[in-house]
Design a protein around this ligand. Structure first.
Ligand code: ADP
Ligand code: MG
Length: 495
């Protein structure tokens, strides 16, 4: 058990650590984060007793630090300092063996069988066995770091203090080290206090995080509470975003470049150039738009500046449409990474563009519709199978503004409702059930926002953005359906 109580202190009269308080139980990982010079390393020095605080006390197993001899303290606490001391001429094994010193009786006692076994295990767990007999000064920074960790481990401490332990490590060793530490907290009931530079690593591996700011304890809590955007922006003086990790329950902090302002200031929708051909409609932008889509190419969230709606035969059938589409893009010299691409069997000349501009922000909607596979979604469950043909209603919505993730979800919802209403008002029927169709079996949608200028937090029907999306999508889908119907009337043929 480690307790830090009202600890204040520094190097001369000026305290660089101010009134720090926390208590840790066995098996816990505490991550310490904070800008350079915020007192993180100094706080660790207080905890391992190399520096005395001016005020406050540190307790280990309820005993004040001062009550421990240096050797007894070393049985309790091991340290991996920020600046690795140079231990030239020692071999790796000798360095790790130094970790056994606190457990040995006299000054010159030799290593026991038990010591040897522990040294071996420590080297094995940190992956340094293969260079056990090499001089440590010949190793790379990362390898040295692992040797020092092995030494700390050989000390068999209850508490391990680490000061930026992942600094010299490549990402795989960073993960390895932190995974190993977390594992030790369980298997050895090890308590870990780690100063970590990388906020995301701190979030993934710490039970709690202590955020320091100019010596003060700014926050001490679970990562989800401490890694809060406005707090971090204040403490670090940086622009950042808080996301959620895609596959692990942990926050994810992403940084934004200081200069993120586009040269293009006026109407961003006007910078889009539209190229309509029979085989594809391409919209090209001079900058990247943040998109959320169900496109074949560039699905999910992404950043794109080419938008392709490609006409394919209604019997288009392919095992791997994404691969086939990518080679199509290569043929027309578009970079797949920069492209959001959809397909449709609908004729592109029936497509419709609707632009709505007002003081509340501008949007552009593009839609194409083929309704041969129109379906009533409420009855789809009762059908045996739905055609995976590419009939399809494709809808693109460009918004000149910044959307939150919630706004993307709401715009998607609003647009889907508007599409269904357009189908209803145009009497599109599910041919199997004879009921009103709500869409087709393979519809796609894309929402692209410039992520510059006005911020939209909502895109639901009640919001100014939602109202425009509702109208523009309804009008665009209605218009493309009308074109489709008109042509059908003219040549008596559905595509
Ligand atoms: P961090 O580890 O958060 O980057 P430190 O604890 O190393 O910060 O430093 C906190 C403050 O104490 C800084 O202003 C630093 O300049 C000062 N400091 C650090 N070490 C010493 C030292 N040995 N003597 C005097 N001042 C120091
Ligand atoms: Mg430091």
């Amino acid at each position: 058990m480690l307790e830090v109580k009202n600890v204040t202190g520094g190097y001369d009269s000026k305290p660089v650590v101010k009134n720090i308080n926390f208590r840790m139980n066995a098996g816990e990982v505490l991550g310490i984060i904070g800008p350079n010079g915020s007192g993180k390393s100094t706080l660790l020095k207080f905890i391992y007793g190399s520096l005395q605080p001016e005020k406050g006390k540190i307790f280990i197993d309820n005993k004040p630090l001062a009550a421990f001899t240096q050797k007894n303290l070393a049985k309790k606490i091991a340290v991996l300092p920020q600046q690795a001391e140079s231990a030239f001429s020692y071999t790796v094994r000798q360095v790790v063996e130094l970790g056994r010193y606190p457990h040995q009786k006299g000054w010159f006692s030799s290593n026991s069988k038990k010591d040897e076994e522990i040294v071996y295990q420590a080297m094995k767990e940190t992956g340094v066995l293969s260079f056990a007999d090499q001089p440590i000064d010949l190793l790379s920074g990362g390898e040295k770091q692992r040797v020092l960790l092995a030494r700390a481990l050989a000390q068999e401490p209850d508490i391990l203090l680490l000061d930026e332990p992942t600094n010299h490590l490549d990402i795989s060793y960073q993960l390895n080290l932190l995974d190993t530490l977390k594992e030790w907290t369980k298997s050895k009931q090890l308590t870990v206090v780690a100063v970590l530079h990388d906020l995301n690593m701190a979030a993934m591996y710490s039970h709690r995080i202590l955020l320091m700011d100019q010596g003060n304890q700014r926050a001490l809590d679970k990562p989800a509470y401490v890694l809060e955007r406005s707090l971090l922006e204040k403490v670090y003086h940086a622009r950042l975003q808080r996301k959620e990790h895609p596959s692990f329950p942990s926050p994810l902090i992403t940084l934004e470049p200081l200069k993120n302002v586009s040269e293009l200031s006026s109407d961003l929708l006007d910078t889009l150039s539209i190229n309509e051909r029979e085989e594809a409609v391409c919209i090209t932008s001079p900058f990247y738009w943040k998109t959320l889509s169900s496109a074949v190419i560039g699905e999910g969230f992404g950043w794109h500046r080419f938008f392709v709606n490609r006409h394919v035969d209604k019997n288009y059938n392919c095992d791997n449409p994404a691969e086939e589409y990518a080679s199509y893009l290569q043929n027309i010299s578009l970079d797949t990474a920069d492209t959001a691409g959809m397909m449709t069997a609908a004729l592109l000349k029936d497509g419709a563009f609707v632009q709505l501009k007002d003081d509340e922000g501008d949007i552009l909607v593009y839609a194409t519709a083929g309704t041969s596979n129109a379906v009533d979604v409420s009855k789809a469950y009762e059908k045996e199978s739905l055609p995976f043909t590419v009939g399809t209603i494709n809808i693109w919505i460009f918004v000149d503004g910044k959307l939150t993730e919630a706004a993307y979800a709401q715009v998607m919802m609003t647009a889907t409702e508007a599409k269904s209403k357009a189908l209803l008002d145009n009497s599109i029927i599910d041919s199997d059930t004879g009921t009103a169709a709500t869409g087709t079996s393979t519809d796609s949608m894309l929402i692209a926002a410039s992520q510059q200028g006005k911020e939209f937090v909502y895109g639901g029907t009640a919001s100014p953005l939602g109202k425009k999306v509702g109208k523009a999508v309804y009008d665009a889908v209605s218009e493309t359906l009308e074109n489709y119907k008109q042509r059908k009337k003219e040549n008596g043929k559905w595509e």
